[in-house]
Unconditional design. Structure first.
Length: 85
């Protein structure tokens, strides 16, 4: 499963509890109320465990968590993969 699809599945099932509309790669997660600050913390734990990455403080920028595409790009970059991974 691609990085972006793993992240989408986690947000849909664990953060939204399966009660959100389908999330596209470019939906604005925070602006559209799909994820909040607590959700970001939960998501960080998932990303670090699932993908064996460490998200540093200087990477905790709104633009890195604005969309599924942005989150996936960050994770893939941390893993030395291209954005398609």
């Amino acid at each position: 499963m691609r990085t972006i699809d793993n992240i989408r599945q986690f947000i849909t099932s664990e953060i939204c509890g399966g009660h959100c509309e389908p999330i596209t790669d470019t939906d604005l997660l925070i602006d559209q109320g799909i994820i909040d600050s607590m959700g970001i913390i939960v998501l960080l734990g998932f990303l670090e465990e699932k993908f064996a990455v460490r998200i540093e403080g200087d990477e905790l920028l709104p633009e890195n968590f604005a969309t599924l595409a942005a989150i996936s790009t960050l994770v893939d970059k941390k893993n030395g993969m291209n954005a398609e991974g």
